[in-house]
Design a protein around this ligand. Structure first.
Ligand code: IPM
Ligand code: MN
Length: 372
């Protein structure tokens, strides 16, 4: 098949501030178009709370999956609108569904403090906080399997299955290894396998087995750490980490803590990667659609529909979306444009007045900087 003359990107803005940050990222994309080897065509899909309500959906179906499958990559803003839909449905029905259906088995989440930005970890700089977490993204505790016994009685018990497979851990380790070598450029990289083999002995078996295959390697250093220790070490001595691989839920939790030590949610990036290229990968900033306080809350603590305070949109920080978009460009081989966006986003985050800058100011500054 002849190579296409453009990059074909599906854009799912999602809900509320997901739409806001997506629009910001698309403006920045426009600003760097002179740096691309071929143009990008964005096609928008409004898979969000309104769409699910209108079509009575619980999850994306074959129609939507067949549609999205045709694209090179997917860019996603953020989903969820508690004023319209109970939290949980869209997360499972869109995010987890796409990760599974498109076998995006790596969730790549860099933890990198931008130069010149201070961390809540005193004395740690961009030199010390610079590693990557490869979160297993297709199995683990998120396979959505389990059962409930004696529901509604005193004896009610819920079971949730953590499924870890040898093939699943092995392919993740292979990806992490390749990333580690690419990042270290000739130096010997360290690969940390993070699990909880002392207690989760069944699901831990494939993790132990793959680690054992790595532990005597001479070209890299493979280490094992329990997740509880890893979380402490991440705060105490983040400089010991290069490339970390871990189970789905452990990675979910660890990367939120990672987002905080790299300067707050401004720069938390996430790529749901299908390394084989058989299906599109999906890139998304790690943040919600809006803080609760942006809605009026009723006496039961629930959000009141339609009370989203639009003026607050100017407080939104678009940099995680910018950096996720840049990660997508990297995967497309558009390194020059990716770099321009990364530098523009970091320039924003480094600004001493970053916190008080409006969204419009940040978008404009980034477009001017990246477009130079
Ligand atoms: C994330 C989110 C999702 C996850 C939720 C919303 C399903 O927390 O991307 O980290 O757990 O993966
Ligand atoms: Mn999460």
């Amino acid at each position: 098949m002849p190579e296409k003359s453009f990059h074909n990107i599906a854009v799912i803005p999602g809900d509320l501030n997901g739409i806001t940050v997506t629009e910001a990222a698309l403006k920045l994309s426009e600003a760097v178009k002179g740096k691309l080897s071929k143009p990008i065509k964005h096609s928008r899909f409004d898979y969000n709370a309104d769409y699910f309500l209108k079509h009575g959906l619980k999850e994306l179906g074959n129609k939507e999956l067949d549609e999205l499958k045709k694209f090179d990559q997917i860019f996603l803003g953020a989903i969820g609108d508690p004023t319209k839909m109970k939290p949980g449905i869209l997360e499972v029905g869109i995010l987890l569904k796409l990760r599974q259906a498109f076998d995006q088995y790596v969730n790549l989440r860099p933890v990198a403090l931008p130069e010149g930005v201070s961390s809540i970890l005193i004395g740690k700089t961009s030199k010390e906080i610079n590693f990557e977490i490869c979160r297993e993204n297709s199995e683990g505790l998120y396979v959505d399997a389990g059962w409930i016994e004696k529901k509604g009685t005193e004896e009610e018990a819920g079971y949730q299955i953590m499924k870890c497979t040898y093939k699943g851990v092995k392919r993740l380790a292979k990806y992490a290894e390749e990333r580690a070598f690419a990042r270290k450029k000739g130096e010997k990289p360290t690969l940390h396998f993070v699990f909880k083999t002392n207690v989760l002995t069944y699901a831990g078996s494939p993790w132990q087995r793959v680690f054992d295959e790595y532990k005597d390697r001479k070209d890299l250093t493979a280490k094992y750490m329990h997740i509880d220790n890893f979380l402490m070490q991440m705060l105490l001595k983040p400089e010991q980490f290069d490339e970390v691989l871990t189970e789905n839920m452990f990675g979910d939790i660890a990367t939120d803590a990672g987002a905080v030590i790299q300067g707050g949610i401004g720069s938390a990036v996430s790529g749901n990667i299908n390394p084989t290229g058989e299906f599109p990968s999906m890139f998304e900033p790690i943040h919600g659609t809006a803080p609760d306080k942006w809605y009026e809350i009723n006496s039961n603590g629930e959000c009141i529909p339609g009370t989203f305070v639009k003026e607050k949109v100017q407080q939104v920080k678009p940099e995680a979306a910018f950096l996720s978009y840049a990660m997508m460009l990297e995967q497309l081989g558009e390194l020059k444009a990716a770099k321009a966006i990364q530098q523009a986003a970091l320039e924003n985050i480094r600004d001493p007045n970053y916190k008080t800058k409006t969204l419009d100011e940040l978008v404009k500054k980034a477009c001017d900087f990246a477009g130079r």
